[in-house]
Design a protein around this ligand. Structure first.
Ligand code: SF4
Ligand code: SF4
Length: 151
């Protein structure tokens, strides 16, 4: 699947994003995140300063206390703030509900980014295809439905 996505990146067919938008609708008809929660169990979101302020206020904590309690900063790279542990501390393991859903990080709200422009997010799909059934389904559908790109 990763090789296939690389081919699409190198040789994007016409109307790629429009086609993906149609396929994405089918993906969400067949995928229920509450049956899965694999992203919350196995990956960490990145937290922007805005996320941290909003979530800390929701939890009636200071941003500093929130960072100290739950987050660590990435070494090198963009020095992003990420969860210290996985699964995410805000995931209810039984119901798969997010206990801070209304104020969750923007990264969580946009995940798995299927509706974003493929040229900007194709490399993210390559990472996520192993963990996210919705991404996996989308790539499967792309392989079946995109004319002009060998699978
Ligand atoms: S904040 Fe909520 S949506 Fe984001 S990883 Fe944690 S449990 Fe999942
Ligand atoms: S891994 Fe993908 S399908 Fe599973 S809960 Fe997360 S976004 Fe939904």
């Amino acid at each position: 699947m990763r090789r296939y996505l690389s081919k699409v990146e190198k040789n994007a067919p016409r109307y790629l994003d429009r086609t993906i938008a149609v396929l994405e609708k089918e993906v969400w008809q067949q995928t229920d995140c509450l049956d899965c929660a694999n992203c919350c169990k196995t990956m960490t979101p990145t937290y922007t300063n805005k996320d941290i302020k909003r979530i800390a206020a929701h939890l009636k904590m200071t941003p500093n206390d929130f960072r100290t309690k739950w987050l660590k900063q990435e070494r090198g790279g963009d020095r992003d703030w990420m969860n210290k542990t996985e699964p995410c501390q805000f995931l209810d393991p039984k119901t798969h509900f997010c206990s801070i859903y209304e104020v969750r990080p923007a990264d969580c709200a946009g995940f798995p980014h299927l509706s974003k422009k493929f040229k900007d997010f194709g490399h993210i799909h390559k990472q996520n295809v192993e963990y996210c059934p919705a991404t996996y389904r989308l790539v499967e559908k792309m392989r079946e439905g995109l004319v002009g790109v060998g699978s």
